[in-house]
Design a binder for this molecule. Sequence first.
Ligand SMILES: [Zn+2]
Ligand SMILES: [Zn+2]
Length: 327
Amino acid sequence: MHAMVLKKPGTALEWTELPDRLPGPGEIRVKIAACGVCRTDLHVMDGELPDLHFPIIPGHEIVGRIDALGPGVAGLRVGERVGIPWLAHTCGVCPYCLEDQENLCDRPLFTGYTRDGGYATSAVADARFAFPLGEIGGDVELAPLLCAGLIGWRSLSIAGNGRNLGLYGFGAAAHIVAQVAGWQQRSVFAFTRPGDATSQAFARRLGAIWAGGSDEMPPKPLDAAIIFAAIGDLVPLALKAVRKGGRVVCAGIHMSDIPSFPYSLLWEERQLVSVANLTRQDGIDFLRLAPEIGIVTQTTRYPLDQANRALSDLRAGRFDGAAVLVP
Ligand SMILES: [Zn+2]
Ligand SMILES: [Zn+2]
């Protein structure tokens, strides 16, 4: 197999030939057809997450077909198309696992972070955490659903049922969430980097009724806001934009420090919460609904060996929607 391997934080990924891996008990091996590029991969590259060990193969939005089954795998077959998401393994016995909060498991593994991921031609995964994808939809178009879609879905659920929804950072996740929110008859207000007319136009094309810079106030108070951008300065801005009792959801795994702000921004029962990871039930719910909603992802393809270019384009905001690597 070949992979784009991160050998040290802050360095470029290196095209590397590795021995083929065999799936162990309870595992599957997947021949990768597409792997999405996520902002979290930049945090891995930059060494911004705890518990990173090197070398590591990033990538946690994998679409591929099973080409080998380990002992004891039930319910999946060779040739079946599956998605491998961020959540790679949970312990099953900690208080969170026992309370249907496996997203908060005390001893988890994460694809492309603490377990090798999908910037590769092949990956091995715990079969229990793979989602059968069926045959509807293209591999590249489905890949962004595996994290941008799933985390977006969980963030949207946690944002509550409010009608007026703000999205800060209009990248891969927001472009999917905007479509889900529109399908739910909500009004989407999109906030981008100030002056980013291209992303604002992209948001309007996806149904946002208003799009502006993150330094602007929306035309009416929001019921909830989701912050996808990894920028702590957005937290007080979003709190300012939500109504009394409104909720601000931080959806990223990492964020720059949140500046201090007057208590009056939180007062009147505004809530500030974060979203961490996903549960398998999130995946089942979202992937079942996605075709019904008719989500269309906008993707930019890069050959696998061009992963560094995809990551630097993501960092610079040089494409709308999601980047996807194709082996
Ligand atoms: Zn991700
Ligand atoms: Zn656990």
